[in-house]
Design a protein around this ligand. Structure first.
Ligand SMILES: [Zn+2]
Length: 250
């Protein structure tokens, strides 16, 4: 394990994180390809290269735009930092292997979806449409589970989540249903159940903390895709170990 390789994975991760911010912010507004350069959200001034260095620009500018002094959302550097850490951790955990590729693909799906859901309460269809064939091709070459398990995972996810979708009367979005279904396909039935359970636990914990801190009511809608993504990453890194531990209890 080379420390330099880890650092390179981290740095590339933060650069990609910066790109995932742009994708996640602009896709729901359909302006990904219309606007060429990055700009300030408040004054729309185009950003120079010194303002585009991941994490560092935010810290150096103390979270404000150089031009208008408008606040920059801490979500941006946070996404860059988390993407960098995840990329480095994935390399640390799997070195050069098939799992490394799968891990990086998962990060590339999960980070922009997280940004999009937090900023516009949407899981962009374009991202799911882009990544579904990518994951189908990936599993064709290096399957995590037998093919029937992928279909069983996706089918169960779809039926279960559609049921929740109709029973919750809009409490859960259709984007979340499709997002879960894709993970059902990637991980298979057993790990999908773990993913579903974990996402619910994460959502409930953060929901309670948010209600305590902000005093907001039960009705405030929580962006749920970040919890699905976090659960998917937990399952990817630790799923088999958690399931094995659980089975040993009985
Ligand atoms: Zn500005």
């Amino acid at each position: 394990m080379q420390i330099y390789t880890l650092i390179i994975f981290f740095i590339f991760g933060t650069v990609f994180g910066s790109f995932f911010n742009v994708v996640g912010l602009r896709l729901p507004e359909k302006s990904l390809f219309r606007e060429q350069r990055s700009y300030c959200d408040s004054c729309h001034k185009q950003l120079g290269w010194r303002e585009l260095i991941p994490i560092w620009s935010f810290v150096a500018q103390k979270g404000r735009c150089r031009e208008c002094g408008g606040k920059i959302s801490p979500l941006y550097p946070l996404i860059e930092l988390v993407t960098g850490l995840l990329a480095a951790f994935t390399y640390y955990r799997y070195a050069w292997s098939q799992e490394l590729l799968l891990g990086l693909l998962l990060i590339a799906l999960i980070m922009p979806v997280t940004v999009a859901d937090i900023s516009s309460r949407k899981v962009p269809n374009q991202l799911l449409l882009f990544f579904s064939p990518v994951f189908i091709i990936y599993r064709g070459f290096c399957p995590l589970t037998p093919w029937w398990d992928s279909l069983l995972g996706a089918g169960t996810a779809l039926v279960l989540l559609l049921l929740i979708f109709y029973l919750s009367h809009g409490g859960m979005g259709m984007g979340d249903v499709k997002y879960y279904t894709l993970f059902g396909f990637i991980f298979g039935l057993e790990q999908f159940f773990l993913l579903f359970l974990l996402s619910t636990v994460y959502g409930v914990i953060i929901g309670i903390i948010k209600m305590r801190v902000k005093g907001t009511g039960r009705k405030t809608k929580l962006a749920f895709a970040p919890f699905i993504g976090l659960a998917a990453l937990t399952v990817f890194y630790f799923g088999p170990a958690i399931i094995q531990w659980y089975k040993q209890l009985f």
